[in-house]
Structure formats: C-alpha cells, structure tokens
Design a protein. Structure first.
Length: 291
C-alpha cells in the first residue's frame, strides 16, 4: 500500500511540476540564473534601451532597477503554443517598446510558415510606444488579428541590422525567430514570458497603428513577451542577451500545456482513483469477514 501511495504522490508531483520541469529552453548558458528566480528561469542582460524591468515598471507602477529583480514574474512553463482563454475581457496585442525595428508576428501551429503581423507594423527605435493613458495610448489591436479558433505561436521578424560592440551582426533581414524553439535555426529560445496577472482588471488605452482609432480594453490573463533578435549559441555569443528587441503585451490568451503535462496529470488522477477503490474494496472485504 505504501508503495502505491508513493507512486501516486510521485505521479501527481511530476504532473503538477511539469510547468517548471519542462520549461522551454534551451537558453544560453551565460543567462542561466540558478539563484534569483524560479526553476528554469533566466535573467536577461541589463543594457541600453527599455529593459524587461522598465516595461514591467511602466505596466505595474513598480520601481525595479535591474532584470534580476523581476525573475519571480517569469513564466517558466512551455510557452511554444498559445490559445485564447475565452475570458470576458477584450483580447489584444499591445506593443510596448523596442530597441530595433522588428515585426511581431503570429502563426497557426498547423502552418507555422504562414505568418501574420497582428499589429500590421514594425516597432522602431529605443523607447516606449506610449503609456496606456487616453493621451498616450499604447499601439495595439484586438486579437481578432490572431488565427481564429486555433492554437497559435508567436514570432519576431528581424530587421537584419543590429550592432554589438561596434560590429554589425546578422541574421539577414527577414529572419524569423519563433516561440517554438524547434522552428529556430539555432534551436534556442528567443522569447521570454512574464506573467503579469496583477494587471487583471486594469483598463488601458490602445491605438490601432493602422486606423488610428483609440479604444479601451480591460486586461485579463496578460502576459509580457520579450524577444531577442540575434542568433544565440550554447555559450551566449554573439547575442547581447538583452531580450529587449521587441516587447509585447498579449491579453486574453495563455500558453497551452504540453500534452505530456496533461497526460501525467491524468495518470496521477487515475492512480489516486485506483488507490481509493482498492481501499474501499479492502474495507468492504474486512467488513464481510468480520460479519
């Protein structure tokens, strides 16, 4: 009985812990942070331009001074695939900041080669697109621009020109880095995700960059996506590892758990049910014997 109970507990722990154990990765070893954040987290380099913590300060009204301080907000589960949450609030794709001219894209997981730009534009420069107020709305559109009724992934399309230590770096313009690392030429993860559930219920203003129309949305299930537009290697070179080349807030969508996570959770539940049934049968048998 103890053996069965141990297996049940192990199955449930594995299933529930899969969110961290199967975190996306791999990330450059130079970014691996084993002390400041949750299991599987990484800390981007602090550099020029709006860093991750700058975007989070803008959204949450906090006063963080470096990226390591926001490790605890990092989503460490698998963020390759996403889907609409079906919440009551307006779903949206909101551009926050950029440190290069890159385009935020989305793709149907069944056809990852077919990319769309939900915002219809690229971000250029090293500043914020706005502050989310009526007088300074963020660049944003509703999630009607995302693949309808399907699971999807996100990507960044690079401008092809970036500098590091005075040198011009590749990749060539038009290179796509996907939320699914298996689609990336370097096999590395170019997107970090931060769970900003504290913003739930907050109303912000967005302005459609194509039509110029300003509207309001109420945030529900908001996640901050931070992208790196340079190639990564096992030791972190030649990328600058800042993951601030494009920052986007997505609302009304959430990562889809990997099938293995769901399967393990199911195994745990079945094992618990089996254990309960065995105890019940054992109790009835003892009762009959006593009678």
């Amino acid at each position: 009985m103890n053996k069965i109970l141990s297996l049940v507990i192990l199955a449930v722990m594995v299933a529930l812990g899969a969110n961290a154990a199967w975190a996306d990765g791999p990330f450059p070893t130079a970014m691996t942070d084993g002390t400041l954040g949750p299991i599987g987290s990484v800390t981007p380099s602090d550099t020029l331009g709006p860093n991750v913590y700058n975007n989070i300060n803008l959204l949450l009204g906090t006063s963080y001074t470096n990226n390591a301080q926001v490790d605890s907000l990092e989503y460490t589960g698998n963020a390759s695939t996403w889907a609409a949450t079906g919440g009551s609030a307006s779903g949206a794709v909101i551009g926050l900041s950029a440190f290069n001219s890159n385009t935020f894209e989305a793709y149907n997981t069944n056809t990852p080669g077919t990319l769309i730009s939900p915002l219809g534009t690229s971000f250029t420069g090293s500043g914020f697109t706005g502050s989310g107020t009526s007088t300074s709305p963020f660049a944003g559109v509703t999630t009607a621009a995302l693949p309808a009724g399907a699971t999807f992934g996100f990507a960044i399309n690079t401008v092809g020109i970036s500098t590091l230590n005075g040198s011009t770096l590749t990749p060539a313009g038009g290179t796509d880095w996907y939320s699914n690392k298996n689609l990336n030429s370097d096999g590395m993860d170019h997107m970090l995700v931060y769970n900003l559930s504290a913003l739930t219920g907050t109303q912000i203003y967005i302005k459609n960059p194509t039509t110029g129309v300003t509207s309001t949305i109420t945030l529900e299930d908001p996640y901050l996506l931070e992208f790196e537009d340079l190639p990564l290697t096992a030791n972190g070179a030649p990328s600058d590892l800042d993951y601030n080349d494009l920052a986007v807030l997505v609302n009304g969508v959430a990562p889809v758990p990997e099938p293995i996570t769901v399967a393990l959770f199911g195994v745990g539940l079945l094992a618990m049910a089996g254990f309960a049934l065995r105890r019940k049968l054992s109790f009835l048998g003892n009762l009959a014997f006593a009678g």
